[in-house]
Design a protein around this ligand. Structure first.
Ligand SMILES: Nc1ncnc2c1ncn2[C@@H]1O[C@H](COP(=O)(O)OP(=O)(O)OP(=O)(O)O)[C@@H](O)[C@H]1O
Ligand SMILES: [Mg+2]
Length: 148
């Protein structure tokens, strides 16, 4: 897989939302809860064990980022459908400081916490569609989709 995200689509396909829920993330416990809920929802949709692990890994990375960099955020999950395809959309939304260098972050060259700077790039690779919107005024919103 290439490093530039070329194999990951934008989040632009029209979908129907069958079910949804939200989890507020402002503590380590909330991160655990978000992981557990995402696991249960993904299993309910019928994802393979491998895909459930990919999804839970992405939830770990993006909720950890929200808690670390923005202190507080919300994960929304949506069971989605497009034609005969079913899947899961996850939206990670915070009102934190925003991400300065999105291009650098997507190339995994950028960390402000002494981390590997791999969380976002790694998560993008685990998902089928991925989108970041981030500004200093409005915080960060990352939307991902995985199809079964
Ligand atoms: N929700 C967010 N709000 C503000 N800045 C963020 C947010 N998420 C990520 N960032 C910024 O993007 C950088 C890259 O994030 P990423 O998760 O890819 O790597 P990391 O957190 O630095 O390290 P790792 O996740 O590998 O431990 C972070 O260092 C941080 O500066
Ligand atoms: Mg991270």
């Amino acid at each position: 897989m290439s490093d530039d995200g070329a194999h990951t689509d934008a989040v632009d396909q029209e979908v129907t939302v069958l079910q949804s829920g939200t989890i507020r993330v402002r503590s380590e416990d909330d991160i655990l809860r978000a992981r557990q809920e995402a696991r249960a929802v993904a299993e309910g949709i019928g994802f393979s064990t491998t895909d459930v692990t990919r999804i839970v890994t992405g939830v770990s990375e993006l909720t950890r980022n929200m808690h670390l960099y923005a202190e507080d955020g919300i994960m929304e999950w949506k069971e989605i459908e497009a034609g005969r395809d079913s899947g899961l959309e996850l939206v990670f939304d915070d009102d934190g400081p925003g991400i300065d260098d999105i291009e650098g972050v997507l190339r995994a060259e950028h960390s402000t916490s002494g981390g590997m700077g791999r969380g976002i790039q790694g998560t993008q690779k685990l998902m089928d569609a991925f989108e970041i919107v981030s500004t200093p005024d409005d915080g960060t919103t990352i939307t991902v989709r995985k199809w079964r």
